[in-house]
Design a binder for this molecule. Structure first.
Ligand SMILES: C[C@H](C[C@H]1O[C@@H](n2cnc3c(N)ncnc32)[C@H](O)[C@@H]1O)NC(=O)c1cc(-c2ccc(F)cc2)cc(O)c1O
Ligand SMILES: [Mg+2]
Length: 214
């Protein structure tokens, strides 16, 4: 049967990237998505903004919602110092299988824990599964209508602390109107918008960074 796009992306990584070199895995995926097949990775332009926020926060505990092929997982994990933990949730088993191999190829499997499951089910289990107290950083990149219910779940499970940083992809395209309205008007958050473009295109998109105020 015909391969899937994530499988073709993985093949490009295995054939063209340097094993153990996260930057080469990132560049290979970006090249594949620009010149062969578009894929819904955060991409290089928004990826640079993600990098700068991760460096600024330098989180000890980080959570990613929506792994897909592991592109942003590699971007984040490559910037984390040893002893830190990035937990990434993906509920599609086929995507998770590809992501595991991309993360492994980049040599970052010791810094990443990929959990197969839906965010709504897994968030309440974070504390018992990983001994996590709170998350310093959360990257939201999963179903766009799950962003709002999931931050409310994170709040409800006391997994955010004063100063926790949320960074949300796709707040313009495909768009997360309810989420934006909430974080921009809630007294519990201070938000700012980073204008950019939809990965590998000229379409407007952006990232919303929100600080939880407690
Ligand atoms: C949602 C996907 C990303 C992944 O998230 C996993 N997922 C979902 N819900 C959950 C959960 N509740 N728990 C765990 N994992 C979960 C899924 O299986 C995908 O692998 N991302 C997108 O759909 C996405 C789409 C576009 C896009 C933009 C313009 C277009 F014309 C077409 C598509 C751009 C982007 O930048 C995206 O990020
Ligand atoms: Mg996205």
């Amino acid at each position: 049967t015909r391969s899937t796009r994530p499988q073709r992306l993985l093949k490009a990584v295995q054939e063209k990237a340097m094993k153990g070199d996260p930057q080469s895995v990132i560049s290979t995926i970006d090249y594949f998505c620009r010149h062969s097949e578009w894929a819904m990775n955060v991409g290089d332009e928004k990826g640079s903004i993600l990098d700068s926020v991760v460096c600024e926060v330098s989180p000890t505990t980080a959570l990613e919602l929506g792994t897909y092929c592991g592109y942003s997982t590699v971007r984040i994990a490559r910037l984390l110092p040893p002893g830190t933990q990035l937990i990434t949730l993906e509920f599609n088993p086929a995507f998770a299988a590809v992501a595991r191999q991309v993360i492994e190829y980049a040599g970052l499997h010791n810094k990443v824990c990929l959990v197969e499951g839906a965010s709504g089910d897994m968030i309440p289990k974070m504390r018992e599964m990983f001994g996590i107290k709170t998350f310093d950083f959360v990257f939201l990149d999963h179903w766009k209508d799950r962003y709002l219910p999931d931050i409310k779940l994170l709040e409800g499970c006391q997994l955010l602390r004063k100063g926790s940083i949320l960074l949300a992809d796709n707040v313009i395209c495909p768009g997360t109107p309810e989420y934006l309205e909430y974080v921009r008007n809630s007294p519990h958050y201070k938000s700012m918008y980073y204008k950019s473009h939809l990965e590998y295109t000229k379409v407007e998109d952006g990232l919303e960074k929100s600080v939880f105020l407690g």
